[in-house]
Design a protein around this ligand. Structure first.
Ligand code: GLA
Length: 401
């Protein structure tokens, strides 16, 4: 009896180890960073575009800032052949996926692809239902590093079981592949997806607007933000809540709104998947997407997602504990009027388990650094006084320096 139990344990744990020796959990120790085609290009994807985006990722400073995955979303696939193998669109990807992966790897980047747990994708391309293991092997053969897996035409499947099947297929395919679960938060994936995937969408699709709801259910930055309250306890190294990809640079929001959007996603320890055309970014977009001091908040190795501490009318305060007992504070002005902030650090008395875990304590004095302006704003001995423009943030770090 003892022997049987031991054998069972060995089988289970070996399935969790990939060929490179990394465990599944170790594939995304900090939130994944990259680019995805959907928000800007929709179905209009082809290999030339993807190669140019990879070049731009390197040349624009995005790679240096930490972005590494280039993910092709829906519409790269067109059919299955007589053996059931998934077939890329030969007109749009004439060189094939392996050649594209090789090109992306030659630029020091990683390659991601998209499929769906249903029989068809959201754009009516072939999905992976019934082909999960075959597809995973195919991805490994193409040297894929990342899979985003959608939920359209799911035909009433149990979400946990459906995502676990693909997770098992990826774990068995012989290549480390980051698994991005995209079932829009419909089945509360934060309660079951740890160990199945590395990130899971928590909401409907993002729209390129700060405060809006579209007629088909897409939502803006503030609507997404509100859904994240309370989810912070489910995120951590290797398993992240995903409030959807970035819209920074796509033209629908002001500079302040994009800066707020990016700041909040960094605070939320969200995966940072740029969704704009990297080939022709203006300076403001590049500045937001590559601001290292802000990205550092997102990539902090404690991996603690910010919690909402306070809401005073349109002014909200979000707090993200960081390494070395430091913390980031994001003061968000949701409203249409300038907000006057006068924040008394010594009234900041909330007990929150993540603060205790990180060692942040206002019995010490911290320096306050404005992370966008790079300015020293004094210390926690004085009130923090600032004006915050409409739909903008003041993003600061309580620093030990
Ligand atoms: C769904 C997903 C989006 C995108 C599209 C592609 O709507 O939520 O992120 O992948 O499908 O069809």
């Amino acid at each position: 009896m003892k022997k049987l139990i031991l054998l069972g344990t060995l089988l289970v744990s070996s399935a969790l180890i990939t060929i490179s020796g990394q465990t599944f959990e170790e594939l995304a120790p900090t939130p994944p960073m990259g680019w995805n085609s959907w928000n800007k290009f929709g179905c209009d994807v082809n290999e030339k575009l993807i190669m140019e985006i990879a070049d731009a990722m390197v040349e624009s400073g995005m790679q240096e800032a930490g972005y590494e995955y280039i993910v092709i979303d829906d519409c790269w696939q067109i059919d299955r052949d007589e053996k059931g193998n998934i077939v890329p669109d030969p007109e749009r990807f004439p060189s094939g996926m392996k050649a594209l992966a090789d090109y992306i790897h030659s630029r020091g980047l990683k390659f991601g692809i998209y499929s769906c747990a249903g029989s068809m994708t959201c754009q009516q391309r072939p999905g992976s239902r019934g082909y999960q293991f075959q597809d995973a092997l195919q991805y490994a053969e193409w040297n894929v590093d990342y899979l985003k897996y959608d939920w359209c035409l799911n035909e009433g499947q149990n979400a946990e079981a459906a995502y676990k099947t693909m997770s098992d297929a990826l774990k068995a395919c012989g290549r480390p592949i980051v698994f991005s679960i995209c079932e829009w938060g419909s089945n509360e994936p934060w309660k079951w997806a740890k160990g199945i995937g590395h990130l899971w969408r928590t909401t409907a699709d993002i729209q390129d607007c700060f405060d809006c709801v579209s007629n088909w259910g897409g939502i803006g930055v503030l609507q997404i933000l509100d859904i994240q309250v309370g989810l912070e306890k489910y995120a951590g190294p290797g398993h992240w809540n995903d409030p959807d990809m970035l819209e920074v640079g796509n033209g629908g929001m002001t500079y302040s709104e994009y800066r707020a959007h990016f700041s909040l996603w960094c605070m939320l320890a969200a995966p940072l998947m740029a969704g704009n055309d990297l080939r022709n970014m203006d300076d403001e977009t590049r500045h937001i997407l590559t601001r290292k001091e802000v990205i550092k908040i997102n990539q902090d190795t404690l991996g603690i997602q910010a919690f909402k501490y306070l809401a005073l009318g349109d002014l909200e305060v979000w707090v993200k504990p960081l390494e070395n007992g430091e913390a980031a504070f994001c003061f968000l002005n949701r409203g249409n009027q300038t907000a006057d902030l006068d924040f008394d650090w010594h009234k900041f008395g909330i007990y929150h388990r993540s603060l205790k875990k990180s060692g942040f304590s206002l019995s010490r004095e911290y320096r306050i650094i404005d992370l966008w302006e790079g300015k020293d704003l004094g210390t926690t001995s004085q009130n923090l006084v600032a004006r915050i423009r409409p739909h903008d943030v003041l993003l600061i770090k309580c620093s030990n320096r």
